[in-house]
Design a protein around this ligand. Structure first.
Ligand code: 3PG
Length: 220
């Protein structure tokens, strides 16, 4: 079995996520929204962005942000298979992230230099991820899967695992999740509501980001 052999990739991912603390999950329907959206997030203090492969324009949107918003650190999310991973790596993004993992995807990611966080929801899935060398995983969907209680239970048998929970996280509970010692960052769509993107309410998106960042305890 191949393992993500590069400690560099793993540590780079952990450092990026730890510094970010919150990572918006972006679903960009119109290419022209990509750059103003990224600028709004950055203006609110949120720089590490997950552009999901959920829309037709996702790849072009990621390219546009990388070209025009140099302060943004762009990753690709909703990577579902080895082809998606290859597309993300070819773009030159900083990281990849997936909602779950298949054996094929874990193999491909382990062989790729792209820093990657596979999605897990159970102990068995976490064991698969760890066996491939991924010790920072996305815990998804975090709230429906038992929330902080479930995460604490996983910390017992897996003391080396680090998590980026997403799914059901928002302004009200981001700080609580981030207080857990094994949580490096939290992700979610609350930072960029679809209605605000549709209406071009960039100031509103910056305000949500700034409020969320302010609600977090200062980093130690
Ligand atoms: C994800 O892909 O991480 C989720 O769609 C984010 O979940 P949320 O919309 O509940 O934040």
């Amino acid at each position: 079995m191949s393992k993500q052999s590069s400690t560099g990739a793993r540590e780079k991912l952990a450092a990026m996520f730890r510094t970010a603390r919150v990572i918006p999950v972006l679903t960009i329907e119109r290419l022209e929204d990509a750059v103003p959206l990224a600028r709004a997030l950055v203006a609110g203090g949120v720089r590490v962005l997950e552009v999901t492969l959920r829309t037709r324009v996702a790849i072009e949107a990621a390219k546009a942000i990388m070209a025009d918003v140099p302060e943004a650190i762009v990753g690709i999310g909703t990577i579902l298979n080895a082809d998606d991973l290859a597309r993300a790596a070819a773009l030159g993004v900083e990281f990849g992230i997936s909602p779950g993992a298949t054996p094929d995807l874990l193999q491909a990611a382990a062989a790729s230099p792209l820093p990657f966080a596979p999605g897990i929801a159970t102990a068995s899935e976490l064991m698969q991820a760890l066996a491939h060398g991924f010790d920072l995983v996305k815990f998804f969907p975090a709230e429906p899967c038992g929330g902080i209680k479930a995460l604490r239970a996983l910390a017992g048998p897996f003391p080396d695992a680090r998590f980026c929970p997403t799914g059901g996280i928002g302004e009200a509970n981001a700080a609580a999740w981030l207080s857990e010692p094994n949580v490096v960052a939290v992700g979610g769509s609350w930072l960029c509501p679809a209605a605000d993107i549709r209406s071009g309410n960039w100031a509103g998106i910056s305000a949500i980001c700034a409020r969320t960042m302010q609600s977090l305890k200062p980093q130690v």
